[in-house]
Design a protein around this ligand. Structure first.
Ligand code: HEM
Length: 147
C-alpha cells in the first residue's frame, strides 16, 4: 500500500518524465536490452509505438493510484496477454530495474530515496497483479481467451 505522500511523489515525478516521454521510452528499452539482451526477440512490433503504449499504460496506472481497484481488471488482462508475449515472472524484475533506472536518468537529483521507494512500490503493485493473473492462465489456459 502506498501512503498519500508516496502517491503524490509518484504523480509529481511522472508529470516530469511525461514531458520527455519519447526519450524516456527509448532510454528504458536501451537499458532493458542491456540488462537482458535475450528479451529483444520478444518485441516484434515497432519500438517507438511500443514505447508510447508503455508510457501511456504507466500514465493510466499512475493517474489511478488512489483508486487502483478500478484498474485491476485491465491490469489483470494485460498480465494475461503478456503470457502470450513469452513474458515470465523473472522478466518483471528486469523491467522494474530498467524502469527505475530510467526514472533516475530523467529526474536527476529529484530521484530521491523516497521517490525511488514510492516507484518501487508502484511498479511492484502492478507487476504483482500482472503475475498473479498470468499464473491463473498457466493453471487454466482457457482463461486467456477472455483476456
Ligand atoms: C508494469 C508492467 C508492464 C506494463 C505496464 C506493460 C505494458 C504493455 C503494453 C500496454 C503492451 C501493449 C500490448 C497490450 O496491451 O497487450 C505491452 C506489450 C508487450 N510487453 Fe509489456 N508491460 C509490462 C511488463 C512487461 C514485462 C515484464 C515484459 C518482459 C520483457 C514485457 C514485454 C512485452 C512484450 C514482449 C510485448 C509485446 C510487444 C510486441 O508485440 O512487439 N512487458 N506491454
Amino acid at each position: 500500500m502506498l501512503s498519500d505522500n508516496q502517491i503524490h511523489d509518484v504523480k509529481r515525478t511522472w508529470a516530469v518524465v511525461e514531458t520527455i516521454a519519447d526519450e524516456a521510452a527509448s532510454l528504458f528499452y536501451g537499458r532493458l536490452f542491456e540488462l537482458d539482451p535475450a528479451l529483444k526477440p520478444l518485441f516484434r512490433g515497432d519500438m517507438a509505438a511500443q514505447g508510447k503504449k508503455l508510457m501511456q499504460t504507466i500514465g493510466v496506472a499512475v493517474a489511478s493510484l488512489d483508486k487502483l481497484g478500478e484498474v485491476v481488471p485491465a491490469v489483470q488482462a494485460l498480465g494475461r496477454r503478456h503470457v502470450g508475449y513469452g513474458v515470465t515472472d523473472a522478466h518483471y524484475d528486469t523491467v522494474g530495474a530498467a524502469l527505475l533506472w530510467t526514472l533516475e536518468q530523467g529526474l536527476g537529483a529529484a530521484f530521491t530515496d523516497e521517490v525511488a521507494e514510492a516507484w518501487a512500490l508502484t511498479y511492484g503493485a502492478l507487476a504483482s497483479v500482472m503475475k498473479e493473473a498470468a499464473a491463473e492462465v498457466a493453471a487454466s489456459p482457457e482463461a486467456v481467451a477472455s483476456a
